[in-house]
Unconditional design. Sequence first.
Length: 363
Amino acid sequence: MQVQRLNGGRPLLAPRANWWENGVTFNPAAVLVQDPAVVRALLPMFDPGDARLAEGVAAVHYRARPEVDPGSAFTRSFIGLALFTPDLRPLYRCREPVLYPSPDPAGYDALGVEDPRITWLDGRYYMVYCGVRADAQAGCRVALCLAVSDDLLRWQKLGPLAGELNAVNNKDGALFPERINGHYYLLHRPQLAGRGQGELAIQLARSDSPLGPWQDCGELMRAFTNPRMRVSWLGAGTVPLACGPGRYAMIYHTGNYLDEERREYDLDAALLDFNGWDGQDPRDLVRGRLEHWMVPQSAAELRSRSRLQVANVLFACGAYRFREDLYVVYGGADTYTLAARANWQELITALEASGLANPFCPG
């Protein structure tokens, strides 16, 4: 199926002079906002009758890092906000972050707020992000954290997710957009003891409330063996999008080491179906996978000049449907924010036909 890179493959967002975002601007969440009250709160300087706002706005919350962060032992991450038309023409970019690391050196996210995923759920916006803190033994610890908002501009931090998920380093949290069979579900990627890089997998967690406590349900998906790669692993990408009762499509990432040093991060797609699931083995939810759906190609995906860059990386945290298309907003080379689109029904049809066989190995 065809995937179209938008803006000629050039970044929608790139580093600029503001000190907190002069290094890299990447790994964005993306939400389509069509509530007029929220649109007005986000863009009070715009005339409500402006034709560019007629179908809502796309809110893009991106991770940013300064090239140099004096006084910090680690180059911290901040979360900024840029607003676009639904087809991703620029409207406004905030000069200050909307989410900061804790000013307390011992805080749970004092070394950075990273990789936001935002879900509209039960009348509020929930942001799941990675909070990084100092650790005397390991250097740093990474936990899945939660913040809530009514307008995508003002966020209330609620701290690390309650429950068992943060007993180990955990990343790539994405909250499903609705209650399913009486429960709330979350994708996550824990660093479990004894697991090597190639065993990192997307797992599923369950709770009776978006606020937790969260309980791990087990492994959902792990990477296929790819003979071109030395080792491969998976992590969640976008918030899952409903595609019928109990069914969800999601974009996720496959990380790879081509050799001891060179990496490649690709974007892939999966179809999940909760209908008839007995609540036991999450692997039974997976109905189809499209591997190498997008691979690094454009100049902004392959490399940058920042010392913080990671070459050959695609990393998505947000996607939304608009008209007949799926819009995916993603990070390139751990430096820029870019976007692509694909026909929604073509993607679902391709996923339904794809099956679960490893596309890289015969048999």
